[in-house]
Design a protein around this ligand. Structure first.
Ligand SMILES: Cc1ncc(COP(=O)(O)O)c(C=O)c1O
Ligand SMILES: Nc1c(O)cccc1C(=O)C[C@H](N)C(=O)O
Length: 398
């Protein structure tokens, strides 16, 4: 095992006897987070009370942490800010982008997008009026659908179910050539693979921090706005924290210069402190090394599963560079098989209708984990362990 990844693995709390292959949905707890949260609560909130906004620098945390995340996604300092949920950031980016392209009324997305993004777009377009259209095509048709009536292309780079990865540079280039602005949802990219927002000339990007960035359940989202739009984009969610002078308490709204205008309300300081602990681990590694290792782990898992369980059908691209950091297999009894797998210490998840999904996160998953998980999966499938009524019962969250 490469030394640096042994060191990063030691920085996470992983329950004994568990192989965790669901960091693409919720990353594990960085051990240091407990101390950081305790300090934030006791030393800052406890001792400083409201003076913590200045004394502990709480007010600047959304931009400071945004800059740290920016380093992982090819975004220059001052172009990323934290806050709210990803669904809200999708709304904000889309509303701003549409206003920057006012003569066109079509939003293009694809069927591989996460439903929340499509729901948010649908809701926003209904508020804007009947002339707006949400056009949703098959992922492989996006390129040809970049026609000159489209205002904004809004897609998720890595498909949450299959792991299929879009070509950000090529699609952004073609979109721009046709007068279209781009919004990239990086939920399954940030911390999963190298992203070069500035190099690709992306207009807007959004993402969450509870997956590969290990910020914990409900951790705040981020938004990126390209330099060229930063002072022009009007934040549709024009809350006081995005005002140029929040503490002047003026009754009229004037957007802050730059990325700060994308802030909405009071930032979640305790949640942001967890992210600081997590970003300290990210500082230890190079994204290209993470990517190389992630492809290695995914390839090994595919080889092992195909050898042990020929009944399962690969649902992800076979070629590493066409995937994110996850692998899915189709299996008609996938839900029950996943429940049986979890009961036997391997945590992945299930996505309807039949996908068993596994995330590979080099910061804390190694080759032994991959071999171990595949062996347990082999037993579950070949001995039909899943064929037990207790594994059929559906929970609210799958
Ligand atoms: C691609 C994508 N977009 C949006 C969301 C919604 O994020 P949130 O629940 O944080 O609003 C998720 C995950 O839940 C996602 O995977
Ligand atoms: N955000 C989630 C949650 O609050 C509960 C359970 C799962 C999630 C997820 O993030 C799901 C995830 N976006 C997915 O790719 O399926």
């Amino acid at each position: 095992m490469s030394d640096i990844f042994a060191q990063t693995k030691a920085k996470f709390h992983l329950p004994k006897g568990v192989i965790y292959l669901d960091g693409n949905s919720l990353g594990p707890l960085p051990k240091a987070a407990m101390g950081v949260v305790e300090r934030t609560i006791q030393d800052e909130w406890g001792e400083m009370l409201i003076t913590g906004w200045n004394k502990a620098g709480w007010i600047n945390k959304p931009s400071e942490i945004g800059d740290r995340i920016g380093k992982l996604i090819g975004a220059p300092a001052g172009s990323v800010v934290m806050g709210d949920t990803l669904s809200i950031k999708v709304y904000q980016a889309l509303a701003s982008a549409l206003e920057l392209n006012p003569d066109r009324k079509v939003v293009l997305s694809d069927k591989g997008n996460f439903p929340s993004d499509l729901y948010i777009a649908d809701g926003l377009l209904k508020s804007l009026g009947d002339e707006y259209e949400l056009r949703v095509v098959a992922p492989e048709e996006v390129e040809n659908a970049l026609t000159d009536d489209v205002a904004v292309m809004m897609i998720t780079e890595v498909d949450y179910r299959t792991g299929r990865k879009h070509d950000m540079k090529a699609l952004t280039e073609k979109a721009h050539a046709n007068g279209i602005l781009t919004i990239w949802d990086l939920a399954h990219s940030a911390g999963a693979l190298p992203v070069d927002l500035a190099g690709c000339n992306a207009d807007f990007a959004v993402g969450c921090t509870y997956k590969y960035l290990n910020g914990g359940p409900g951790a705040p989202a981020f938004i990126y706005v390209a330099d060229k739009h930063k002072d022009a984009a009007r934040p549709a969610l024009s809350g006081w924290m995005g005002h140029e002078a929040p503490f002047a308490f003026d009754l009229d709204y004037r957007a802050a210069p730059g990325i700060e205008r994308m802030r909405v309300g009071t930032p979640p300081i305790i949640a942001l402190s967890v992210l600081e602990a997590s970003m300290d681990i990210w500082d230890m590694v190079e994204m290209n090394a993470v990517r190389e290792r992630s492809i290695e782990l995914c390839d090994l898992f595919i080889d092992e599963v195909e050898r042990l369980c020929p009944q399962l059908q690969l649902g992800s691209p076979r070629e590493g560079k066409r995937r994110g950091s996850q692998v899915s297999f189709h299996f008609e009894n996938g839900y029950a098989a996943m429940q049986a797998l979890i009961a036997n210490g391997v945590i992945g998840d299930f996505r309807a209708p039949d996908m068993m999904r596994f995330g590979f996160t080099p910061l804390y998953v190694d080759h032994d984990d991959v071999r171990g998980a595949a062996a347990i999966l082999g037993t579950i499938i070949n001995e039909k362990v899943w064929d037990d009524p207790k594994y059929q019962r559906r929970s609210k969250v799958t």
